[in-house]
Ligand binder design. Structure first.
Ligand code: EPS
Length: 390
């Protein structure tokens, strides 16, 4: 069976966004209502622009799913763009004055054109609708094995929540997050973020922020230390860095490890045979500075990933730029956009991380069907429980 992978296609104002997933085993129940719910969340959050009032993102499965179950063939997903106008020259005019921070200038040089439109249509974060859909399909698989993925906004500017999510609090955290316009379960930080984004709008400016994803219920041993491209930490980092506008990724303590000594960084290993159960091997760690990954492999603790999103690069007041036709100094061109999309980005991040976890899960346990996968998963956990004195 092929390794789990996906590609996306589609332009922001083209007819549709497309995701093509390969390597999903047969027999995975696909919860289309759950996937559409995640797409709806991705469209939301405080600071979004007018585009989100035009679109109602829903998935249409073109292949790979029959009567709500995967059948082992490639899964093609279509999300129709209501604001489809890419071939209308008047409604999608050329963009000659690149926006600093956007792909405009680098893309125009790359494709040897003075019109940034071709670049920005594909570089647009509209594409993350397709990535979210692919990740939500992966979560349909993971939820069959009790793996839960939780993403939220940690903060922005000088505001950061001190919240520490735990598996036990997950339902309550989801409720609080979903009640927050900023997808931040910390009410006071959420309210102050709304104010800060509102002020940025008044100032014709934009805001980025920190997103965080915690993955609970993971078996140890996903990923591998044997080669760089098998390390789950490097794959997760690449997936998060690949989200439009992300400029930093950290796992566990992240950058802060450099400021501490080993005894203050490494998580002690304890063993409690009484904790051994169906999915617990008995090893416990009083801290999780490693963010659930050691040697590029899951160690049984929650995987914790943080990403930093830069502020949206389309500013209402513009930024110093150049007209590519004349070389003359000019303010960057304004295109309808968001003031902040950090809430939406936390949903995207949740789903790109989920996809990498599902990929590593299938590599570890394999099989063409859910029944094979379940057998392999149970056999591995049974064997692993013998460690530490059976
Ligand atoms: C984006 C510009 C805006 C955003 C878009 C990303 O689109 P438009 O120019 O059509 O108003 O709304 O994000 C989405 C459409 C989306 O669904 O997330 C950009 O330039 O990256």
């Amino acid at each position: 069976m092929a390794t789990l992978s996906y590609r996306t296609a589609g332009e922001s104002h083209g007819p549709a966004m497309i995701a093509l997933i390969e390597g999903m085993p047969a027999g995975v129940p696909i919860d289309a209502a759950f996937i559409d719910g995640e797409l709806r969340r991705r469209q939301g959050g405080y600071g979004r622009g007018a585009r989100q009032r035009i679109e109602t993102d829903v998935v249409r499965f073109l292949s790979g799913v029959r009567q709500g179950m995967t059948i082992g063939s490639p899964i093609a997903i279509e999300i129709v763009n209501a604001d489809s106008r890419i071939d209308d020259a008047e409604r999608t005019p050329p963009v000659f004055r690149p926006r600093p921070g956007h792909a405009d200038l680098a893309g125009s040089i790359k494709w040897l054109t003075t019109d940034c439109r071709g670049t920005l249509e594909r570089a647009s974060a509209r594409e993350t609708a397709a990535r979210t859909a692919a990740g939500a399909v992966a979560r349909c698989l993971l939820s069959c094995f009790g793996v839960e993925v939780f993403g939220f906004v940690r903060g922005a500017l000088d505001l950061q929540s001190a919240l520490q999510p735990s598996a036990a609090e997950l339902p309550a955290l989801r409720t609080r997050r979903d009640a927050s316009e900023m997808y931040c379960p910390d009410e006071s930080v959420s309210a102050r973020l709304v104010e800060a984004i509102h002020q940025a709008k008044v100032d014709k400016d934009t805001v980025g922020g920190w997103c965080e994803v915690h993955v609970f219920g993971l078996p140890p041993g996903l990923g591998s230390c044997v080669s760089v491209d098998a390390r789950l930490d490097s794959r997760i980092a690449a997936a998060v860095m690949g989200i439009q506008a992300f400029k930093g990724v950290e796992i566990g303590l992240g950058m802060a490890v450099a400021a501490r000594r080993g005894s203050e960084v490494h998580d002690p290993i304890h063993f409690d045979p009484a904790r051994r159960g169906e999915s617990h091997l008995g090893f416990t760690r009083p801290t999780n500075n490693a963010g659930g990954l050691e040697g590029g492999m899951t160690n049984g603790m929650p995987v914790v990933v943080r990403g930093a999103m830069k502020p949206i690069s389309t500013l209402l007041r513009g930024m110093p730029s150049v007209d590519l036709r004349s070389g003359e100094a000019s303010q960057s061109q304004y295109e309808r956009s968001d003031i902040s999309a950090v809430a939406a980005a936390s949903v995207v991040m949740e789903h790109v991380v989920a996809f990498e976890i599902a990929r590593a899960f299938l590599e570890k346990f394999g099989g063409d069907s859910m029944s094979e996968l379940r057998t392999n998963h149970a056999a591995f956990l049974h064997a692993a429980r013998q460690l530490g004195g059976g």
